[in-house]
Design a protein around this ligand. Structure first.
Ligand code: ARG
Length: 439
């Protein structure tokens, strides 16, 4: 059950056969392999390389094979070398010698390149749909929770923001992820079919036609590049790595925010799990797994970068390693997008605890310094004065706005009654030109 063997004087070792085989993972693009073959055989007919009758017989049976696979009637057995061998051998088994014409003017090198590109386009578009949905959910969650909350640097309370504004930062990240992935899809949109093994074919084939049938914008310009290029996988995996980093960061925030120490949010039970020993536990496993799986997606990107870096042109069998790495990267990323979407869709926000954290964080200290600057003080001096006021507040368990004016004046005579309005949190948000806030 091989497509080669003429020049071999003995059978390949069984263990070598298994080692060489890719069918376990490339059977997932059986549909694209058949679409590629359908386009190829139509082109062979249009280019007068096969007759009309031959074309029609091959076309009909390829479609039948596709049907049979999809209905479950035809099982793709792991004993074949790869999906290309499986389809071609099955075709010839069914229609006889005419099936042997299918591979005229084609190599598995351009065949696998076109299959992989077609499949990549398809599943990446599915990922994009999920990602768009995620960002809709982020936007809704943001708009429904326009509450004051502390903004952090160094995970120390810094200045006042809103939960909405914080979430909308992620909206921007995911928007860029969508743009990046779309851009990668545009760059990769060239058909490698017709490159042959590496140097084309002596047959007078029509690459424009196959590119067109398969929905590519054009055929590639260089055959050697066409069969060697895996840049699009690297580029997409880089996009996934960045997307995973964003999802990992929001997951980390959810983990912290849902802790007993913060209690800013509650992750729904449907996205949490329990402990086998501690009855009280509800753990944010969904978020933790997203954070954890991020490393795995980075790993897949590095795997392929390292695989490719020493390869001479053109095809080398090392390149077969692209598939498992890429499939795992996109499957993992898609699962994480789905889980994050569900987690955010069901997330409960606790505005009272957000407010408490705002109150206890001296989040208007910078604004008080600005106030003093407006009264004529140098910023560095204002910084020092406010530092002393914060120290006093901390010792007496008072927020700045709760310290009486007479006391504030002891730190600086420039402070007047207007200070309370100025350092009011909602006023700060307005002045900071951020988002309008819920009263
Ligand atoms: N299974 C191979 C791969 O995934 C298909 C291409 C085989 N080409 C070859 N010259 N042996 O890369």
């Amino acid at each position: 059950m091989k497509l080669w063997g003429g020049r071999f004087d003995k059978e390949v070792e069984q263990i070598m056969d298994k080692f060489n085989s890719s069918i376990k993972f490339d059977k997932r693009f059986y549909y694209e392999d058949i679409q590629g073959s359908l386009a190829h055989v139509e082109m062979l007919y249009q280019s007068k390389i096969v007759s009309k009758e031959e074309y029609l017989v091959i076309e009909k049976e390829l479609k039948q094979i596709l049907n049979d696979i999809e209905s479950g009637e035809l099982i793709i057995a792991d004993s074949y070398e790869d999906i290309h061998s499986f389809v071609e051998i099955e075709l010839t088994r069914r229609i006889g010698d005419v099936g042997k014409k299918l591979h005229t003017g084609r190599s598995r090198n351009d065949q696998v390149a076109v299959d992989m590109k077609l499949y990549t386009k398809k599943i990446t578009n599915l990922l994009l749909e999920k990602l768009n949905k995620l960002n809709e959910v982020v936007e809704v969650l943001a708009n429904n929770n326009n509450y004051l909350m502390p903004g952090y640097t160094h995970l120390q309370r810094a200045q006042v923001v809103t939960f909405k504004y914080h979430l909308l930062a992620y909206y921007q990240m995911f928007k860029r992820d969508i743009l990046r992935i779309n851009n990668a899809l545009v760059i990769m949109d060239e058909s490698p079919l017709g490159c042959g093994a590496l140097a084309g074919t002596t047959h007078n084939i029509d690459r424009e036609l196959t590119a067109n049938i398969l929905g590519f914008s054009k055929p590639v310009d260089n055959f050697m590049d066409g069969v060697s290029d895996r840049d699009y996988l690297l580029e997409l995996m880089s996009c996934f790595a960045i997307l995973m980093m964003h999802m990992s960061r929001i997951s980390e925030e959810l983990i912290i925010w849902s802790s007993q120490e913060f209690k800013f949010v509650t992750i729904d039970s449907s996205y949490s799990t329990g402990s086998s020993i501690m009855p009280q536990k509800k753990n944010p496993d969904g978020a933790e797994l997203i954070r954890g799986k991020t490393g795995r997606v980075y790993g897949n990107l590095i795997t392929l970068l390292v695989t490719l870096k020493g390869l001479t042109l053109t095809y080398n069998k090392d390149m077969q390693e692209d598939k498992e790495a890429f499939f795992d990267a996109i499957d993992t990323t898609a699962d994480c997008v789905t889980i994050l979407t569900g987690m955010l869709e069901t997330l409960k926000v606790n505005p009272d605890n957000l407010k408490k954290a705002v109150k206890g964080g001296f989040l208007n200290a910078t604004a008080l310094a600005d106030y003093l600057v407006n009264k004529g003080m140098f910023f560095r001096d204002a910084h020092e004065v406010v530092g002393k006021i914060v120290q006093y507040g901390e010792q007496n368990n008072l927020a700045i706005e709760d310290i009486e004016l007479t006391k504030l004046k002891q730190f600086c005579q420039l402070i007047e009654d207007s200070v309370y309005q100025y350092i009011d949190y909602e006023n700060l948000l307005k002045m900071g030109n951020k988002v309008e806030i819920r009263k």
